[in-house]
Design a protein around this ligand. Sequence first.
Ligand SMILES: [Zn+2]
Length: 194
Amino acid sequence: MKHIFLTVLITISLDAACQLPDQTIRDLKAERIKDDTSYIYRLPYPASERHLFVQGANSKFSHRSELAFDFKMKEGSHICAVRNGEVIAIKEDSNQGGLKNEYLNDGNHIIVRHDDGSLAHYWHLKQNGVFVKVGDRVEKGQKIGLSGNTGYSAFAHLHFKLIDKYGNEILPRFQTKKGPRYLRPGKWYKAVTD
Ligand SMILES: [Zn+2]
């Protein structure tokens, strides 16, 4: 009796699994649908601005094993928060920059802690180019600073990195004109609101 009951249960659940539309089943088989519930970040500059994404996660040039993102941005471009959070660190007194190890600690920056404990790092900002102070709440899309070329940096750009609350680097997806996307180097991305 117990055995029959189990068989019926299994049959019912198999049947339920077959209620998916044919197209969905084809997509799943072709791996076209990926179940992605990760947070969708705003690009780190004002809506309708476009910037070139020059360097991706794990690239060989300067990031090596780091999951960091470089957006080529003329010095003085606005940088916006990618998500709501609280400012936990800033530096804006440096005017030094270049590809020398002695500049490693000279990068002006902002670090924001999001409500899920993750941290966003915005690096190489212009001298006196930080609009927020430690303890400030920032909103997604809010202008928080100006891009620059301070610290270990070859050209004016924003170096952006995300770390989860356990200290692991996160590969984020961003809202783009075509929907949420993982960014590809060498492409221009226009910031859009959600
Ligand atoms: Zn970088």
